[in-house]
Every structure is written in C-alpha cells, then in structure tokens.
Design a protein around this ligand. Sequence first.
Ligand SMILES: [Zn+2]
Length: 252
Amino acid sequence: MKRLAAPLLAGLLLALLPVPAHAAGQSLAGAVIALDPGHQLGNSNPKFSSQMKQKRFNGRLVKSCNTTGTATNKGLPEATFTWQVSQELKKLLEAQGARVELTRTTNSRDSWGPCVWDRGGFSAKVGADLFVSIHADGAPAKGRGFHVIAPGRLKGWTGDIAAGSRNLALSMIDGMRQAGARPTTYLSSPLSVRTDQSTLNFNAVPSVIVELGNMRNAREAAQMSSASGVRLYAEQLAAGISRYCAVQSRCR
Ligand SMILES: [Zn+2]
C-alpha cells in the first residue's frame, strides 16, 4: 500500500492542476460557426409555392428562394439528411468550445426556406467566423464521394471573401480526407469554384458548400440513411473545420 501512495498522490495533484484549454479538447473555444442545413422539408409543400418563387439577383444571375433538394431512391430527403448531420456536427463543435448557429431550426413539412439570400446573410447577423452549408448531391448513380464549392470572385459581392473561402475549402478537403472521406469520383476535383451560388454570394465571411456525397449512389445512400453514417459525415465535417482553425491558428 505504501508503494502506491506516492504515484497516487502525484496523480491527484496532476488532476488538480489547471489544464490548458486546448488540452481539454476546447480547440475551437471562442469560434462562432454558422452551419446551414441545406433545403427544408416544406419546400416541396404546395402551400409554400409562392414563397419558393421569390427571386433575387445574386451578383451573377437571378435565382429563386430555395429548392426542394434531392433524395435517395428509397425516399430519404436531402433536407432531412442535412438536418441530421447538422445536429450531430453542432454537438461535436460545441464539445470543442465553439458557438454554433444554424440557419434553420426546424425540419418540417410545415416550414419553408429560409431563402438562399437569408442563409448567406445569416453569418453576418450572428457574427460568425465561418459558414458551412451542408448538402448532398443527386448525380448519376455510379458517381460518389464529396466535393466542396467555394465562391469565385465577383466584384462587389465576393471580392472580400473569395480568398478566405478558398482557404476554408482547401482545409475542409484536407481535414475530411484525413478523417476518411473519399473525394468525388464524378468531378475532376474535390474543389469547385463557382459564382452562381446565392448562399455563397450573399455571405460576408469565409464560406463553403459541402456536397457530402451522391444520394443516388446505392452505397452512399445506405450510409446517409444510417445513424452511424450520419455521425461519420458529421465527424468528417468537424475534422475539416478543425483543420481550418488549426491552419489559421484560430478561426477568426
Ligand atoms: Zn442541396
């Protein structure tokens, strides 16, 4: 018993010492992260068709409020998948000390939108440091894997966020790959730079859209439809966000 006393005492003293924030897993402490679960279940509800038809110029072209999104062949809507991933991701980021704000707080047939311009404007409203919009694609069935869309330079629109968003996109790709996510097999690169996305064009902070996979691919559809799969996608996104904050030294 006497021999155990010294290590035991040392252990107790160590436990009482203040632990640096990052060592306690608070690597995102102070960060404000805006998550945008793509689409909304009620976007396909006919009673909201007039809201869906609202239109706005996004710096490049006129686009309508929001779309229904895609679905798996078995009927899992993209809106529900992105909602579930966002809920899991929010928990993971909060556990690392981040404040997380979501562009929508329901997933319901009785809700619509928000419109893409409000999703884009959301990050400034909540003082976010970065913005990640979560989607899944509806591509030809053979294709699979994720890709990340960053805003191209549009003067007066994205000139101030294009470079930062590209950095965010590259970190997301690196972090997600390290966490086991496979890049797209149906596009030439996991990085797409586009000027037609209202969600990005209306943004004021580094922002990306992540297409997590192809809902029309049987293998990925199965993963998207399982709780463990949803958790895995959330972990991969969390790894991408952590990577960005580590590369930047902080998220701001
Ligand atoms: Zn989508």
